[in-house]
Write a protein that binds this ligand. Structure first.
Ligand SMILES: Nc1nc2c(ncn2[C@@H]2O[C@H](COP(=O)(O)OP(=O)(O)OP(=O)(O)O)[C@@H](O)[C@H]2O)c(=O)[nH]1
Ligand SMILES: [Mg+2]
Ligand SMILES: [Zn+2]
Length: 305
């Protein structure tokens, strides 16, 4: 392959993006379309900087296949689970059926993304299965009212795929969701030829056989996308109980009317959030999810002291 870039001494300097990191090697996709296996310059280690998948970097190419990362551009953001930088948005993926949709799981994942201050798209899969659309139609208005966009997707039936790809345009997207919901199926659809396994551990019962253990960014014609193995281990344990309300858009806006100082909006008589739930302005399922996550955070805190 012909390399192009700025010639510095005997090396070529190029810009690129780290798309994969494996035991000290960084695979950099350059703006010219090459992929270089790179080491990071020692100075990063001294400064305590670890290059991340998603980093924009400057690379000194050594030949056509290898290089050295000499500079890392300032990060827009940085997720820890999965470990990835410069993420624009998260697709929260859940199946409507098989496995059956858990609203608690849905609300928990939304809260995780809210904590990261990232835009999200709710992708509800297996929409062609019997009963799936009914589930979708029941819940969609609740989330739309909070300005979350929700797509009913079935790549088997060709449902929702255009809207899905439209959302990828010029973005770096992370797919988040539990095992078996169809993340790799989405990835294979948007990155034809991507070497990702579908229908993995849950079906074959071989632990770790196909699970993605590291983050990898794939380039699509629309942007970059990553499968994300780490999201399910996420916890809110670093948060204080009174911060949880801000991760629920609907609870947060009702809480503005709560007259009690320091109220966690649980069982207090006259609490505006509780009232909103009783009067049907706040979905009971959302309130239940809020209460459950709040309780988990309180329990975790009690265990620490
Ligand atoms: N009926 C139906 N099945 C689907 C759909 N999308 C994915 N599946 C199936 O669901 C199973 C799991 O899909 P995967 O894409 O491997 O799920 P995953 O989220 O990557 O799972 P992990 O890699 O274990 O985290 C596979 O058997 C897929 O064929 C869909 O829209 N409809
Ligand atoms: Mg998968
Ligand atoms: Zn209250």
């Amino acid at each position: 392959m012909e390399l192009s870039g700025e010639r510095v001494g005997v090396h070529f300097r190029m810009r690129g993006k780290i798309v994969r990191a494996v035991s000290g090697f960084y695979y950099v996709q350059t703006d010219t379309g090459a992929t270089l296996q790179c080491r990071a310059r020692g100075i990063f280690k001294k400064r305590g900087v670890k290059p991340l998948v998603g980093d924009r970097v400057n690379v000194e190419a050594q030949g056509t296949k290898e290089g050295v990362i000499v500079e890392i551009a300032p990060r827009v953001n940085e997720l820890t689970r999965p470990s990835i930088a410069n993420v624009d948005q998260v697709f929260v993926v859940l199946s409507l059926i098989e496995p059956e949709l858990s609203l608690y799981q849905l609300d928990k994942m939304i809260a995780m993304v809210e904590e990261q201050n990232l835009p999200l798209l709710l992708v509800l899969t297996k929409a062609e299965l019997p009963g799936a659309i009914e589930v979708f139609q029941q819940i969609e208005p609740v989330y739309r009212a909070m300005h979350y966009e929700m797509i009913a997707l079935s790549l088997r039936a060709g449902m929702g795929s255009e809207r899905l790809t439209a959302h990828l345009k010029n973005k770096t997207t992370v797919l988040a969701g539990l095992s078996g919901v169809g993340k790799s199926t989405i990835l294979r659809f948007v990155v034809p030829g991507a070497d990702v396994a579908v229908g993995s551990i849950s079906e074959k019962g071989l632990r770790g056989k196909h699970t993605t253990t590291f983050v990898e960014l794939y380039q699509t014609e629309h942007g970059f996308i990553a499968d994300s193995p780490g999201f399910s281990q996420y916890s809110f344990e670093s948060l204080e109980p009174d911060q949880i309300q801000y991760l629920f858009r609907d609870v947060k806006s009702e809480a503005l009317h709560c007259a009690f100082r320091g109220c966690l909006h649980e069982t207090e008589d006259g609490c505006a959030v509780r009232n909103a739930c009783e009067e049907g302005r706040l979905a009971a399922t959302r309130y239940a999810s809020y209460r459950q996550i709040l309780q988990e955070v309180k329990d975790a805190k009690n265990r620490r002291y």
